[in-house]
Design a protein around this ligand. Structure first.
Ligand SMILES: [Fe+2]
Length: 152
């Protein structure tokens, strides 16, 4: 089994512990961000698999605890625990994934290319999952840049 598939199997098993509503929105978001991260990483010449894996884990702490309080930083710690248990990544890859998760809520600043890929993937899903919903002010500029980058 490929490692993305293996990671998704783990994520699915964790999400299956949630009640139905929470589980559905978690699945929609994590898989949606994962697909967006793959597209962005491919466009920018980054590692698509690592981008997708970071996306699959990026909000796991929030879903598991039911709280978004400091969820990016706590999420990076949880991702490190999960990745060290699953043994799917080497040390450098684990650091890249955890950095992307750690920074993913800092939408107004620019970090490393993989950090930016995850932030942008998160914004694409927030903004495009339901186009009738208003775009958050802190995500508007980033979404505008993405639309330009992807010719939308
Ligand atoms: Fe997210």
């Amino acid at each position: 089994m490929g490692r993305l598939k293996e990671l998704r199997k783990y994520v699915d098993s964790e999400l299956n512990k949630l009640d139905e509503d929470k589980r559905n929105s978690a699945i929609v978001h994590l898989y949606g961000v994962s697909l967006a991260a793959t597209m962005i990483a491919k466009k920018r010449g980054l590692d698509v698999e690592i981008a997708s894996m970071a996306a699959m884990l990026h909000d796991m702490n929030a879903y598991k605890t039911g709280s978004y309080d400091d969820h990016a930083h706590k999420g990076a710690e949880l991702a490190r625990d999960i990745l060290s248990t699953l043994q799917l990544t080497d040390e450098t890859e684990t650091d890249i994934i955890c950095s992307a998760i750690y920074h993913h809520d800092d939408k107004l600043v620019v970090d490393s290319p993989m950090d930016e890929a995850l932030k942008d993937a998160d914004v694409i899903h927030h903004c495009m999952n339901d186009l009738s919903k208003p775009i958050k002010e802190k995500e508007q500029a980033r979404f505008d840049r993405l639309c330009e980058e992807f010719g939308m």
